[in-house]
Design a protein around this ligand. Structure first.
Ligand code: SAH
Ligand code: SF4
Length: 349
């Protein structure tokens, strides 16, 4: 049999490969291998999660950021960004609405906004957990101190999403200005785990300067760190950033990597991301059909949605939360999957 087919079989049998084998797999993938791994990923996902899809209500609570990541529309150097931050009562109101819509996980995501000190964030977390003790709270607010992560965990936050962005230190330095460090990012992930959070890592597919080599390092990192969650989506340029003229990542490659990640860690919580849905109209469906098991519809107030512009043409910025919820239901049903009212913790297998 061809070498590439043997490698695909080896991945399925051992749930791991060497970095150079991952690279070979990505570079030499054929339609046959892609379809083979996709089917395996779906089978594995179904054996653990059935046809259930977990939903997370995404609340984009601040677009203010002290960082200057070259790829992101919220970077502080973008002076054409109309900045906002939600108040505690607005954030809590989003979760109350979300609860009625069947969400049992809320993801509070934002730029690194110093206004949200530990005190301010902890108060919000406590309030949400007090109103909805049966819900999980996930934070996605970037790099903080060990002490801060501990305070947030003790206030009741359950999970933390911090994409590693790239597992290659040199590549990291090409995506971020001086002062942001790969080592600190990676250290934050370890600290988050030690603190007790369920941790989400992840990366962009097709970010500038990325080759199959960097992607294979990302896969090795997922394999060794074993995060509970992994967010991957295509890079999409934003007009007001240094990467404005770079091209978008590939939806096809993103789906292929979703399948590979599902096989590497069978029970991982893996979202079909908004970036994938922005690049292709049936991105959420294609993500699920490649092995993903989570979708994250938008729960942010309609008035701020367009302002949370990480990249251009982001979808679902004009719809009410209730309509996003119905839309997600329809999309999943159309491919034979079912959104469930559940916290959606990672299952053991
Ligand atoms: N400030 C926090 C969370 C908000 S950004 C943080 O940086 O961790 C959330 C994610 O959006 C980032 O991790 C990044 O992977 C993704 N993102 C930012 N700009 C993007 C772009 N232009 N295309 C695709 N994804 C992007
Ligand atoms: Fe800020 Fe996150 Fe955007 Fe970086 S990716 S500029 S930390 S919001």
């Amino acid at each position: 049999m061809e070498e590439i087919n043997l490698l695909a079989e080896k991945l399925c049998a051992e749930h791991k490969l060497s970095v150079s084998e991952y690279e070979f797999l990505i570079k030499n993938r054929t339609n046959y291998v892609t379809e083979f791994l996709r089917q395996k990923a779906v089978d594995i996902r179904k054996s653990i999660y059935g046809n259930s899809v977990y939903i997370r209500g995404l609340i984009e609570f601040t677009n203010r950021c002290k960082n200057d990541c070259y790829y992101c529309g919220l970077r502080k150097s973008n002076l054409n960004c109309d900045r906002y931050r939600l108040e505690e009562k607005q954030i809590v109101a989003c979760t109350d609405e979300g609860y009625e819509l069947g969400y049992r996980t809320f993801v509070l995501q934002g730029g690194e906004d110093p206004f949200f000190s530990d005190e301010v964030l902890c108060s919000i977390i406590r309030k949400i957990k007090q109103n909805h003790p049966d819900c999980a709270v996930t934070l996605s607010v970037g790099e903080r101190s060990e002490e801060s992560y501990r305070a947030l965990f003790e206030a009741g936050a359950d999970r933390y999403l911090l994409r590693h962005e790239t597992a290659d230190e040199l590549h990291y330095s090409k995506l971020h200005p001086e002062g942001m460090s790969f080592k600190n990012r990676m250290n934050c992930l370890s600290v988050l785990r030690k603190t007790g959070f369920a941790v989400g890592a992840g990366f962009m597919v097709g970010s500038p300067f990325q080759t199959e080599k960097e992607l294979s390092e990302d896969l090795k990192f997922i394999e060794t760190f074993q995060p509970e969650m992994c967010g991957i989506g295509p890079f999409i340029p934003h007009r007001e950033t240094p990467f404005a003229r770079e091209k978008s990542g590939s939806a096809e490659l993103t789906c292929f990597l979703l399948s590979v990640i599902r096989i590497i860690k069978p029970n991982i919580l893996l979202p079909a991301t908004t970036a994938l849905a922005t690049l292709i109209p049936d991105g959420r469906e294609r993500g699920i059909l490649s092995g993903a098991n989570v979708v994250m519809p938008n729960l942010s107030p309609l008035a701020v949605r367009k302002k949370y512009e990480l990249y251009n043409n982001k979808v679902c910025t004009g719809e009410e939360s209730a309509r996003c919820r119905v839309c997600a239901d329809k999309r999943m049903q159309s491919i034979g999957y079912q959104i469930v009212v559940d916290r959606g913790d990672m299952k053991s297998f």
